[in-house]
Design a protein around this ligand. Structure first.
Ligand SMILES: [Zn+2]
Ligand SMILES: [Zn+2]
Length: 304
């Protein structure tokens, strides 16, 4: 199994001279089994280039694609209307999202292609779309991939996925806040609300479930949007730091942590410093730390 990073940014795309080395497109990761079977994690603006690749290599033949969404914030769905295979008649596209978002998933996806925003409405797109609800803790199978959704701590809810195939496993943990200061709920949190005892218990349970779900995973792609001093200012934005990701991964016995969902403000020079700094911190904690770059291909289960 290997994974390819088509978009590594959070929030909004920032292609340009300052992000040439790490990339500027938003969240999209391709997971490929040895057989060539594929699942796509998130549909940020990175999905466009993946769609072009699929069109070129697939010869325009209709196929069935599986897109697992962590949630439906812009940076995780904006590439969907620009996914070339959607315009090949006979193509089927199965989109998966958590129950909290999926009850509104079709209208949400149809909403971004409303005629005010996009020239072609969803119902006119040649591909057939299916929408599937997933629930944390309830595993399912796509081709040879075993998929386990994991609840995360993010505004309106988000799910991670652990995917097992070919005797190795990769997990995709975007987006999530740590499990300490803020418990994100479906309603809008206007800044910080004090935690109740019940909230603390829920956070403790979420964290314990995440650590258990990642146990002995080969590679974990984790939302490490913020540097620690940035997180201090915005703990209610729903994102973690590399330190939060490392703490969870070390506790879970994860071999390789991939820093991901980089803040748009982190230019290539900042990213170089961050990558070097956390490679050392990871080594001290017994976890290989790799910093995601657009276009990077990682073998899962092989040494980083
Ligand atoms: Zn995001
Ligand atoms: Zn988000």
């Amino acid at each position: 199994m290997d994974i390819t990073f088509w978009g590594v940014r959070g929030s909004y795309p920032v292609p340009g001279a300052a992000t040439v080395r790490y990339g500027g497109q938003t969240s999209c990761v391709e997971v490929r089994a040895d057989s060539g079977a594929r699942v796509i994690l998130d549909a940020g603006t990175g999905l466009r280039a993946l769609g072009q690749r699929i069109s070129r290599t697939g010869g325009g033949v209709p196929a069935r694609h599986h897109i697992l969404l962590s949630h439906v914030h812009w940076d995780h769905i904006q590439g969907l209307p620009f996914f070339e295979p959607a315009y090949v008649p006979g193509t089927q596209i199965a989109v998966y999202s958590s129950v909290a978002a999926a009850d509104e998933l079709r209208p949400v996806i149809a909403g971004i292609t409303r005629h005010e925003f996009f020239p072609m409405p969803l119902e006119s797109v040649p591909a057939q779309f299916e929408f599937h609800e997933v629930e944390p803790g309830l595993g399912f199978t796509i081709d040879e991939f075993q998929v386990m959704p994991i609840a995360l701590n993010h505004p309106f809810g988000a799910v991670g996925y652990r995917i097992t195939a070919d005797g190795s496993s990769v997990a995709y943990i975007a987006d999530t806040a740590p499990f300490t200061e803020v418990l994100h709920k479906r309603h809008f949190l206007n800044g910080l609300e004090p935690l109740t005892n019940e909230d603390r218990a829920t956070l403790g349970q979420l964290r314990a479930d995440l650590v258990r779900s990642l146990r002995d995973c080969d590679t974990v792609v984790y939302d490490t949007h913020f540097l620690p001093h940035e997180y201090e200012k915005f703990p209610h934005y729903g994102h973690s730091t590399p330190d939060h990701g490392l703490e969870i991964c070390a506790e879970s016995g994860v071999r390789c942590l991939v820093l991901y969902h980089h803040a748009p403000s982190h230019d290539d020079d900042m990213m170089d410093d961050l990558a070097a700094d956390y490679r050392q911190k990871g080594a001290a904690a017994g976890v290989d730390i790799v910093t995601a770059r657009e276009g990077m291909v990682l073998a899962v289960g092989a040494p980083a």
